[in-house]
Design a protein around this ligand. Structure first.
Ligand code: G1P
Length: 286
């Protein structure tokens, strides 16, 4: 199994970050000087992915502009000798083959992934959710690709989360196969706590086989009245092997205010120029 394609759903409304996301796609909110989606795209590239499809929606044009050239800006940077900045500005337009498709109706994550059917064709593919930024030594989607290849199965990225988080995310029924890798036999989206299988929840990363498309086509709306990817996965794991990888990385949820602040702060602390200043600033803050 070789995974060459990735899908990044970026069609959500970003309601937890309003009012900023009224006119800025949430995926374009900056983590320091880069939009969050560039960090996700880099994770895919560092994992050997060559083709990336971003699923957009109305009002997400800024994402397409970002991954395009900006000839006037580039000329002006070149003329003024700002070559470092020029390189950063050109990077998104040259870093990978990036394609776009619109999810014309907001019908949920399962439906957004289904919109990738033509792009994906008959190959396994990766899915990276834009809200979840991962920082680890090995890119998380690479950890999943390795497990998917080893077990010839689809793979989901999971971590142990609190009871409160299980009800907001999803819950996996799993049996251990080896250290940090489990076989998945059931998964439920946003369960009430008495219906949880375990405290392991899927967190934003998937390697899926193309059977998921026929399944999603038949999946009725679930939690929140939306077509849920998790419901599709629950059907997929009944007919084909699926593993959960307890991935080795820290996950940041940039889709809400506190998660966004945590990401900005920690990326700031690690940044070579901003970091030393930020530490001193915090230490001296009244
Ligand atoms: C989505 C998925 C859910 C997953 C979560 C965290 O939920 O539907 O299964 O656990 O992302 O990655 P959302 O945060 O969009 O409600």
């Amino acid at each position: 199994m070789r995974v060459k394609k990735a899908v990044i759903p970026a069609a959500g409304l970003g309601t937890r970050m309003l009012p900023a996301t009224k006119s800025i796609p949430k995926e374009m909110l900056p983590i320091l000087d880069r939009p969050a989606i560039e960090i996700i795209v880099n994770e895919a590239i560092e994992s050997g992915i060559e083709d990336i499809l971003i699923i957009t929606n109305r009002g997400k044009g800024a994402i397409e502009d970002y991954f395009d050239f900006a000839p006037d800006l580039e000329r002006s940077l070149e003329k003024s000798g700002k070559l470092d900045t020029l390189e950063k500005v050109r990077y998104p337009a040259t870093c990978a083959n990036i394609y776009f498709v619109r999810q014309k109706e907001t019908k949920g994550l399962g439906h957004a992934v289904w919109c990738a059917k033509e792009f994906v064709g008959d190959e396994p593919f990766a899915v990276l959710l834009g809200d979840d930024i991962m920082v680890g030594e090995t890119p998380v989607i690479k950890q999943l690709i390795d497990a998917a290849e080893k077990y010839n199965a689809s793979a989901v990225g999971a971590q142990w989360v609190s009871d409160e988080a299980v009800t907001k995310y999803c819950s996996l029924k799993i049996d251990e196969l080896e250290n940090r890798i489990y076989r998945v036999s059931d998964v439920i989206e946003k369960p009430p706590i008495e219906k949880k299988y375990s405290n392991y929840a899927i967190l934003g990363r998937y390697v899926l086989t193309p059977e998921i498309f026929d399944i999603l086509e038949k999946t009725p709306p679930g939690a929140g009245g939306e077509i849920q990817l998790t419901d599709g996965l629950n059907s997929l794991c009944k007919v084909a092997d699926m593993v959960a990888v307890d991935f080795d990385a820290k996950r940041y949820d940039t889709g809400n205010l506190i998660g966004f602040m945590e990401t900005t702060l920690e990326f700031g602390l690690k940044h070579p120029e901003v970091g030393p200043w930020l530490r001193e600033y915090i230490a001296n803050m009244k």
